[in-house]
Design a binder for this molecule. Structure first.
Ligand code: NAI
Ligand code: ISE
Length: 338
């Protein structure tokens, strides 16, 4: 079966996902697109075979030719499109964040549970990244002993000088680590503290960049996350788990480390598109295969909801400058089945 996909929001990642669906992966066809910028939607459709341009996301979701929906519009618009896809009974892949508040995520969870069918996958692609999977394997097989700490760095070369807020450092960037450590250690985050180091003078005037986010896991594992959004030298994602008898760290580079003339050098990726290119491929292929077989896979709406609960807690910790405990939430049975 070829899965006929409709894409809502054809900006940076929407276009990148369309490229992989049409040129890299198998089993999918992009049959419809929409964007609040209709000219952009039209120019993307013009580059595809038999692709309809819809005026709105709702219209696209209602199109009988669309089997499954890919939501790659701005975060605040995700809720309405994911809810509409659930209502239409169509599988939906939603880029992170699932929605921008825990209340909005909870409405999605409730709607999915009420529908009786798992339809939502969230784009936490780091779970599909081979280096992160290798670190998790070392944690799971006991070769570094019980994990005690994890050091993470999430460095972007730059973000636009306007429109990117300090809160988005948490809700848009650190949300990846929030999901990642729940997956890495198979347990929940119970408390968080957010620290404000000296400000990078390359950041926009209103941006407190970098931030240090401390995440306390239920077992006592402590995770520190440095998020720097204007570090200029490249897109650098680091992670190292410290265990009782060893450590496991993301490999420094996916390419070669070249040693010559008394020096060594390797490439720092330029962007998230470059660093995680394979992870996005594997993630979306996994989704297409699951949709084609009538099943489900990947990070769930519940994962998206819990990530939002923690990111809301981080926002509170940032606001009051103190440690804040994360409220516990009982997982509906619906999300433990299968
Ligand atoms: P972008 O601004 O480049 O693209 C968003 C597109 O959505 C724009 O073309 C905009 O016109 C369109 N749009 C906004 N509201 C819409 C609506 N109501 N209906 C239809 N179209 C609408 O943003 P970008 O960077 O592509 O991010 C999109 C989403 O993907 C965000 O949620 C972001 O957090 C996520 N993202 C995820 C990444 C990952 O590593 N998994 C990487 C980059 C973005
Ligand atoms: C962007 O939206 C992403 O999701 C990238 O993966 C992340 O590294 C970046 O910080 C975000 O702005």
């Amino acid at each position: 079966m070829t899965v006929r996909v409709g894409v809502i929001g054809v900006g940076m990642i929407g276009q990148d996902h369309i490229r992989r669906l049409t040129q890299v992966l198998s089993g999918a066809q992009v049959v419809a697109v929409t964007d609040v910028d209709p000219a952009r939607a039209q120019s993307i459709a013009d580059g595809l075979t038999s692709c309809t341009v819809h005026a709105t996301g709702q219209e696209l979701i209602g199109d009988d030719a669309v089997d499954a929906v890919l939501v790659t519009s701005w975060g605040p618009t995700h809720e309405e499109f994911v809810l509409a896809a659930i209502e239409a009974g169509k599988p939906v892949f939603c880029e992170k964040p699932l929605a921008t508040t825990q209340e909005a995520c909870r409405r999605i969870v409730d709607a999915e549970v009420a529908s009786g069918k798992r339809l939502v996958m969230v784009g936490f692609m780091r779970r599909y990244d081979a280096p992160y999977q290798a670190v998790k394997a070392a944690v799971d097989d006991g070769s570094i002993g019980a994990p005690l700490l994890m050091h993470c760095a999430h460095r972007n070369p730059s973000v636009p000088p306007y429109g990117f807020t300090t809160e988005m450092i948490i809700t848009d960037s650190a949300i990846h680590e929030i999901d990642l450590v729940r997956w890495m250690f198979g347990e929940e985050i119970v408390a968080t503290t957010v620290l404000k180091p000296r400000r990078n003078s390359n950041a926009g005037d209103d941006l407190q960049d970098p931030l240090i986010i401390l995440l306390e896991m239920a077992s006592g594992v402590l995770v520190d996350v440095e998020v720097s959004l204007n570090i200029r030298y490249g897109y650098d994602i680091r992670g190292e788990v410290v265990g009782e008898i060893g450590t496991a760290a993301l490999a420094e580079t996916a390419g070669a480390v070249v040693k010559s003339d008394g020096r060594y050098a390797g490439r720092v990726p330029a962007s998230w598109q470059e660093r995680f290119v394979r992870a996005y491929d594997v993630e979306l292929q996994d989704w297409i295969d699951a949709v084609a077989s009538g099943g489900f896979t990947g990070p769930s709406a519940w994962d998206g909801h819990l990530a939002a609960v923690v990111s809301d807690t981080c926002l509170e910790a940032l606001r009051i400058g103190q440690r804040v405990e994360v409220a516990s939430h009982e997982r509906p049975d619906f999300y433990t089945k299968g």
